[in-house]
Write a protein that binds this ligand. Structure first.
Ligand code: SF4
Length: 479
C-alpha cells in the first residue's frame, strides 16, 4: 500500500528509469556500430554476444527490467535520487559482461580481477530451481561463474559472522548503558538495506540512534574483498571488480553508500549487485542448466579453496541476528544458557516476540518485525514511547530474506509461494554453525583488524547513519 506522495514519485521514478533504459538502448546501438567498424581483433568474445545482449528478452526478463521492486515503499522513489536511480540501474548483467569482455581484450590496463560474493539466502533459490541440495547448488554455481571468466567466488557467510559478533557486542554495551544513554535501547538490526534506507531518509533521528552500528554482511564483505583480499593479492582496490549475488534489489542501493567508497581509488567496496533472478536469466540466455555445470568449491579469502560443506546461521530465514544476540545477551548479562527460543506470535506470523524471565521479571524482550506494516506498528510504538523491546530484528520483506523480490517472484511479479516453500526446506537442511566457532573469523580479527577491540574494528566493521530531514511525514500515513 502506498501513500499519494509515494505513488506520484514512484511514477516519476519509473519514468526516469524508462528514460534511462532508452538512453542505454541508444548507447548500445552506437557501441555496436563501433564494434562493426573495428578490425575484429578487439571484438567482444562470446561470453554474451551482441546478439544475445539484443535478443528478445524473456517475459521474466522484461518484468525485471521494467519494475522497481526495492521492497515496495521501504526504499521507494521518495528515498532515491535520480543520480542513485541511474547508478542502481547500471548494476545489471550488461555491466558484468562488459567487464568480462574487457578482460578478454589486449589492453591489459583495463583488465580487472572479477570476484563474486554470494549471499547464503540466494543459494536456496538455485537449489530449489534445479532440484539440488544447497551445497551442490553452491558448487555448480561457482563452476558456472568461473566458466564465464570470474576469477574468485566467495560465500558471504563469513561477513555475516563478523556482523553478528559485532552486533552481539554492541547490544550488551547498550543494555549496560541504558540508564545513561537515552537512545541505547531498543536496538534495531542493521542488516536489511530496505529498512536502513527507509529509517535514514524517512524516519530520520527518531530511529537512527537506535540502529546497531555494525555494518551489514554485504558492507563487511566489501571491506574484506577491497581491503584484506586486495592486500593479500597485491592489488589496488580499483583493480578488483566486486559483484554480490543477492536476493533483493535493495542491495543495489546499499552498494552506493558513501561510507563504502574509497576516494583514493574512486572505488566502491561493491561494484555491482546482481539478484539471484538476474543470474538465472544469464543461465537462461546461455541455455545452461546449473545441473550441467562443473562442481567447483568456493574460494577462501586466504588464497585457497574451501572444501568443507556450506554452513548457515541459526534463525528465521535470514542471518539469525535475533537468535544469536538473544542467546549471547542471556549468557553475558544473566549467566543463562538458552538452547531453544520460544516465539510468541503477536499480530501475525511476521511479528513475533521472545522473552527471558529472571526472578519473575522480564529481563530481555526481543521482537522480529518483518514487512512494512509490522515495521510501521513498531515505529509508531517508539514514537509514542511505548516500545518495550530491547532488540528488534527488522526486515523489509515479509517472511525474511528468502522472500526477497529478486528471487521469490513468479513471472508475472507475484510472490512464488511454491518456490519459497521449496527454498525454506532446502535452507533448513543446511547445517548450522555459530559465528564464534569460525576459525577464519578469529584469524582475521588478529591479522586484518589488529585485535577484537581495535580502532580498525570500528573503521572496518561499523558505520554511521545519516539523519537527513524526513522527505515525507510517513508516520501520519494510514496503512
Ligand atoms: S529483508 Fe532481506 S531480501 Fe528483503 S530487502 Fe531486506 S535484505 Fe533484502
Amino acid at each position: 500500500m502506498k501513500c499519494d506522495n509515494c505513488t506520484k514519485k514512484m511514477y516519476d521514478f519509473r519514468l526516469a528509469v524508462h528514460l534511462l533504459q532508452w538512453v542505454e538502448a541508444i548507447n548500445s546501438v552506437e557501441c555496436n556500430k563501433k564494434q562493426k567498424n573495428g578490425d575484429g581483433q578487439n571484438a567482444p568474445v562470446d561470453v554474451l554476444s551482441s546478439n544475445e545482449e539484443n535478443a528478445e528478452p524473456s517475459e521474466f526478463h522484461k518484468l525485471a527490467n521494467s519494475k522497481i521492486f526495492l521492497s515496495d515503499c521501504l526504499a521507494c522513489d521518495s528515498c532515491v535520487t535520480s543520480d542513485e536511480a541511474a547508478r542502481v540501474f547500471q548494476q545489471n548483467q550488461k555491466e558484468f559482461f562488459h567487464v568480462l569482455n574487457l578482460n578478454k581484450k589486449c589492453d591489459t590496463s583495463k583488465h580487472k580481477v572479477l570476484a563474486v560474493s554470494i549471499c547464503p539466502q540466494s543459494l536456496p533459490y538455485f537449489a530449489a530451481k534445479f532440484n539440488l541440495c544447497v551445497t551442490e547448488a553452491a558448487k555448480r554455481l561457482c563452476g558456472f561463474l568461473k566458466c564465464l571468466g570470474v576469477h574468485y567466488v566467495f560465500d558471504t557467510t563469513i561477513a555475516a559472522d563478523f556482523s553478528i559478533l559485532e552486533s552481539q557486542k554492541e547490544f550488551v554495551q547498550r543494555y549496560r548503558n541504558q540508564n545513561q544513554e537515552e537512545h541505547a535501547l531498543p536496538m534495531f538490526a542493521s542488516a536489511c538495506p530496505g529498512w536502513i534506507q527507509y529509517a535514514e531518509r524517512v524516519l530520520s533521528s527518531l530511529v537512527t540512534p537506535h540502529i546497531c552500528t555494525a555494518k551489514s554482511p554485504q558492507q563487511i564483505m566489501g571491506s574484506l574483498i577491497k581491503g584484506y583480499f586486495a592486500r593479500q593479492q597485491n592489488l589496488s582496490s580499483d583493480k578488483i571488480f566486486h559483484i554480490i549475488v543477492a536476493p533483493c534489489y535493495d542491495k543495489k542501493l546499499e552498494a552506493l553508500r558513501e561510507d563504502v567508497y574509497a576516494p583514493l581509488y574512486h572505488s566502491q567496496d561493491v561494484d555491482c549487485v546482481l539478484t539471484s533472478g538476474e543470474v538465472f536469466q544469464v543461465m537462461e540466455q546461455r541455455k545452461v542448466s546449473l545441473k550441467e555445470a562443473a562442481e567447483v568449491p568456493f574460494d577462501t579469502l586466504f588464497g585457497g579453496i574451501n572444501e568443507s560443506d556450506l554452513m548457515r546461521h541459526d534463525g528465521r530465514r535470514s542471518d539469525g541476528y535475533l537468535e544469536h544476540i538473544f542467546k549471547h545477551a542471556a549468557k553475558e548479562l544473566f549467566d543463562t544458557e538458552v538452547k531453544e527460543l520460544t516465539y510468541k506470535v503477536l499480530k501475525n506470523k511476521d511479528f513475533q516476540e521472545v522473552t527471558l524471565e529472571k526472578g519473575g521479571e522480564t529481563v530481555l524482550r526481543f521482537a522480529a518485525a518483518y514487512g512494512f506494516r509490522n515495521i510501521q506498528n513498531m515505529v509508531l510504538k517508539l514514537k509514542k514511547g511505548k516500545c518495550s523491546y530491547h532488540f528488534v530484528e527488522v526486515l523489509a520483506c515479509p517472511g525474511g530474506c528468502l522472500n526477497g523480490k529478486g528471487q521469490a517472484q513468479t513471472e508475472d511479479g507475484k510472490p512464488d509461494k511454491a518456490l519459497l516453500k521449496q527454498m525454506e526446506e532446502v535452507y533448513a537442511a543446511v547445517p548450522v554453525q555459530l559465528p564464534e566457532t569460525n576459525g577464519h573469523v578469529q584469524k582475521l580479527y588478529q591479522e586484518w583488524l589488529e585485535g577484537m577491540d581495535s580502532v580498525k574494528v570500528q573503521q572496518s566493521l561499523h558505520t554511521k547513519y545519516s539523519s537527513e530531514k524526513p522527505v515525507a511525514n510517513s508516520l501520519d500515513i494510514k496503512w
